[in-house]
Design a protein around this ligand. Structure first.
Ligand code: ADP
Length: 251
């Protein structure tokens, strides 16, 4: 479904590659967590998958088709099939829950002109459905700036789902939330993953969340994949290789 082939990313002015010769392949239904120290390349990998980050070498293939920059049409189509949730939610604070979710109809970058009034009854119903699925029906008309962090991320999830994606990507979606809320949000993501039959790929710094929810863990170090396997296979040894023995915490 999604294949990353020999992908390297080198930022301008940077000595070391952010990703070097990464090869990965993902199937529908997998729930994958990406682990790695800060700077390991997790965020670059997620942005490479959704086409926001051009690759220096290699390519990302979506259903067999390359998404490289010279194939903008394919890339745009693929992007519409990928919902994205962010650490800082990327919502428009002064707009309501419903308005924020509706912006997801056009991909994950809010386009201000595309708000209520431009939508069909069906699209509005679809937004209502996903708002209900994330448990926010009673908050539909409330401005996002008046919501808690956990509620904001619920809006983020609903916005990612409203476009009926096949892939759900998350760039540290719980890093700004307290541990209890993080757990709730991860449970919700897993529930949505199952309900919508998605491929889900999420960066997370909390190893215990990855081990609790993921089917598969991928660990990055200095831009390379150093572990790729079932979550239970990520043991003390892999933890120490990924984060350094001085940072080991039993999980
Ligand atoms: P992570 O998400 O694991 O913290 P990133 O993908 O953000 O890692 O970063 C990987 C490497 O690329 C780091 O060395 C980081 O400093 C560098 N990097 C990330 N974004 C940029 C950028 N826009 N310009 C230059 N270097 C960057």
């Amino acid at each position: 479904m999604l294949t990353i082939k020999d992908v390297s990313v080198q930022y301008r002015g940077s000595e070391q590659a952010a990703l070097s010769s990464v090869n990965l392949s993902f199937s529908k239904g997998e729930f994958v967590c990406i682990l790695g120290k800060s700077g390991a390349g997790k965020s670059t990998l997620i942005r490479t998958i959704n086409g926001l980050q051009p690759v220096s070498e290699g390519d990302v293939f979506w259903n067999g088709k390359p998404l490289s920059a010279n194939n903008e049409e394919e890339a745009r189509k693929a992007r519409r099939e990928m919902g994205m949730i962010f650490q800082h939610f990327n919502l428009v604070p002064r707009l309501s829950v419903m308005q924020n979710v509706l912006t997801g109809m056009f991909g994950y970058r809010p386009t201000f002109k595309n708000l209520v009034g431009w939508f069909t009854t069906e699209e509005i119903q679809r937004a209502k459905d996903v708002i209900s699925q994330v448990g926010l029906s009673d908050f539909s008309d409330r401005r996002v700036e008046h919501l808690s962090g956990g509620q904001k991320q619920r809006v983020g999830i609903a916005r990612a789902l409203v476009q009926n994606p096949k892939v759900l990507l998350g760039d540290e979606p719980v890093a700004s939330l307290d541990p209890g809320t993080s757990n709730h949000i991860f449970s919700l993501i897993k529930q949505m993953h199952d309900q919508h039959n998605l491929l889900t790929i999420i960066n997370v710094h909390d190893v215990s969340l990855a081990k609790k929810f993921a089917d598969r863990i991928i660990a990055l170090k200095n831009g390379s994949v150093i572990f790729d396997g079932i979550a239970s296979g990520f043991t003390e040894k892999e933890y120490m290789e990924t984060y350094g023995s001085e940072n080991y915490q039993h999980v």
